[in-house]
Design a protein around this ligand. Structure first.
Ligand SMILES: Cc1cc2nc3c(=O)[nH]c(=O)nc-3n(C[C@H](O)[C@H](O)[C@H](O)COP(=O)(O)OP(=O)(O)OC[C@H]3O[C@@H](n4cnc5c(N)ncnc54)[C@H](O)[C@@H]3O)c2cc1C
Ligand code: FES
Length: 354
């Protein structure tokens, strides 16, 4: 008998002994990050950055393929016994020697996962990981001049880039309410002292929100710079309009943490939503994503980015109609129709196959 066949028989025997669990379940207990296991990570440390933001140091499992600076990773975290998935930009450089990666999370009011990670996550906790993804990355050929335009937690993918790649001429404009709210402030100021970065901080509590036309004064050659921008929707919408207005939109690269919602108010729809696989029916308004509606009702809802980019939430629409909150477009049920629950709301009674 070959060694492969022998191994196969030994594994079958083990399966009989360990039933109802599988041998891999026991291996998961003793070696959760091993090759062949579902990709997981272990939180090894949580370092506070500001009053409401912290960097989480994660040791990924063996199957981790490594990232490109600027990309994000989806993580699955158990919060009060429920596995929730969220996306976070990777803030560590690609060449970190100890094989760990970091994400930096800002706790938002009522945010389930962000508050858990910033305030309650403990070293030793296992989390689920996906492979890194995202196209908010630097090009292979380095641009001569770079501008980073960021606000709040939008600094995170850019910090991943700053730690990874040096440029001869890089300027950053960063907005935060007050100096103490600037995540990575000491490190940014070290880069400035080392002449590796020119930085303008806009403190919105005293200076007001950044009026994008102020770039002419803050960074006079902004239009010549390859620009990476990440921050709230209002800032990114204004930047896109500004760059397009000056005919240089191809120089602007943006990353959004939330979808741009065009459907205002209650969306004018809403209705009874049936999750037929679970056998639950709940009332929904016309503006709340079906992903949130399902989670609130304790229905298992797969998800990823929660903003319409990863397709981790697609679900068959069995009956009724839903509205895409980004475009207002209505989708009606027909065989084979899939919807993204994170950006779709009920547009009347509907049945979602979950
Ligand atoms: C590609 C990508 C990269 C990201 N990178 C980071 C990162 O590096 N650091 C980071 O802190 N976050 C990042 N995010 C946002 C992150 O995925 C979560 O959306 C955020 O942590 C909130 O999750 P939560 O569970 O705490 O909030 P939830 O419990 O999901 O939501 C609570 C409330 O806050 C609102 N809300 C949800 N998300 C946001 C938000 N981003 N800003 C303001 N209000 C919100 C909800 O509508 C709801 O009313 C990223 C998102 C994407 C799509
Ligand atoms: S969760 Fe990513 S597209 Fe819906």
């Amino acid at each position: 008998m070959t060694s492969t066949a022998l191994r196969g028989r030994a594994w079958k025997l083990l399966e009989m002994v360990t039933t109802p669990l599988l041998p891999s379940d026991y291996l998961d207990l003793v070696s959760p990050l091993r090759t062949g296991a579902d990709l997981r990570g272990r939180i090894e440390a949580v370092h506070p950055e500001t009053g409401d933001a912290a960097t989480v140091v994660i040791r990924p499992g063996r199957a981790w393929r490594g990232h490109t600076a600027g990309q994000y990773v989806r993580i699955g975290v158990d919060v009060d016994g429920v596995r929730l998935w969220r996306a976070y930009s990777i803030t560590s450089p690609t060449n970190r020697q100890d094989g760990r990666l970091t994400i930096t999370v800002k706790a938002i009011p009522d945010g389930k996962v962000s508050n858990h990670l910033v305030r309650r996550a403990k070293p030793g906790t296992l989390i689920q990981l996906d492979q890194p993804t995202g196209d908010f990355v630097l090009p292979r050929v380095r641009p001569a001049k770079v501008l980073y335009l960021t606000a709040g937690s939008g600094i995170t993918p850019v910090m991943g880039m700053l730690r990874d790649t040096e440029f001869d001429d890089v300027v950053m404009v960063h907005c935060a309410p007050q100096p103490q709210d600037v995540i990575f402030r000491n490190e940014l100021h070290d880069l400035v002292a080392g002449k590796k970065l020119r930085l303008t901080e806009v403190h919105t509590d005293t200076d007001g929100k950044l009026d994008i036309s102020r770039l002419d004064e803050l960074v006079p050659d902004w239009a010549e710079r390859e620009t990476w921008a990440c921050g709230p929707a209002g800032m990114l919408d204004a930047a896109e309009e500004h760059w397009t207005g000056h005919g240089v939109q191809e120089r602007l690269h943006t990353e959004r943490f939330r979808p741009s919602i065009v459907v205002a108010g209650d969306g004018g729809g809403g209705g009874e939503v049936t999750f037929s696989a679970t056998g639950k029916t709940v009332d929904a308004d016309g503006a709340t994503p079906l992903l949130d509606i399902g989670e609130e009702a304790d229905v298992f809802m797969p998800s990823g980015c929660r903003m319409g980019i990863c397709f981790g939430c697609v679900t068959p629409l069995k009956a009724g109609a839903v509205r895409d909150l980004r475009t207002g477009q209505i989708t009606e049920a027909e065989p084979g129709v899939l919807i993204q629950t994170c950006v779709s709301a009920a547009a009347g009674p509907c049945d979602i196959e979950r």
